[in-house]
Design a binder for this molecule. Structure first.
Ligand code: PAN
Ligand code: ZN
Length: 185
């Protein structure tokens, strides 16, 4: 007899993509990243309509609900603006003590982290790398490879995103390609 209490999951994560009815996609073009790269002249000379990254997310509860979790997969294109790699905008969480997990799925990246005292450090991202980002730490990812970087993330549904602090003050160090290698300068 058919078991009426066993269901199929509503979402599939096939290792690379989130699939299901409740997946929301958002896109950031290079032009949306104005101001985050040091070399403004190089930036303005590029195709600002090109996609820098897109994110596929599932929000099982309403944003701001306490106790829930969200998940998102980020697809960050390879490229550079001057000697800086394509990177995500980066943010603190609005509820600053909320933590997050990131994990590497495909490609080669660098997770750049900064505490409220503006100390900066970075962790290499690669397929299978797992990164616990404690509360109070701003986070941004750079694609340091030649192919698309894919990473997944899960964060609390009441974390929220504070982009303003980073938009205004940036990170205290920049990740640049120096002699062919990524370096925090
Ligand atoms: C991630 C990020 C995603 C895009 O899901 O939102 O990688 O980066 P930005 O939000 O900085 O543009 C996350 O950290 N959520 O909290
Ligand atoms: Zn976050």
């Amino acid at each position: 007899m058919e078991d009426k209490k066993i269901y199929l999951p509503e979402l599939i994560f096939n290792g690379k993509e989130l699939i299901g009815d409740h997946v929301e996609k958002s896109t950031r073009k290079l032009g949306d990243l104005r101001g985050i790269f040091e070399n403004g002249t190089a930036f303005e000379s590029m195709n600002l309509e090109q996609i820098a990254y897109h994110v596929s997310c599932t929000f099982p509860v309403q944003e701001g609900t306490s106790g829930g979790l969200f998940m998102g997969i980020t697809y960050l294109m390879p490229g550079k603006v001057g000697d800086e790699y394509f990177m995500t905008k980066g943010h603190f969480h609005s509820n600053i003590d909320r933590a997050e997990f990131y994990w590497g799925v495909e490609g080669e990246g660098m997770l750049i982290l900064m505490n409220e005292a503006r100390e900066v450090w970075a962790e290499r991202m690669y397929p299978g790398s797992l990164h616990y980002i404690p509360g109070g730490i701003a986070h941004r990812v750079a694609n340091v490879g030649n192919s698309m970087l894919i990473f997944a993330a899960s964060w609390p549904s009441d974390a929220g995103h504070n982009y303003e602090t980073i938009a205004k003050h940036g990170f205290a160090r920049r990740l640049k390609e120096v002699n062919g290698k990524p370096k925090l300068v």
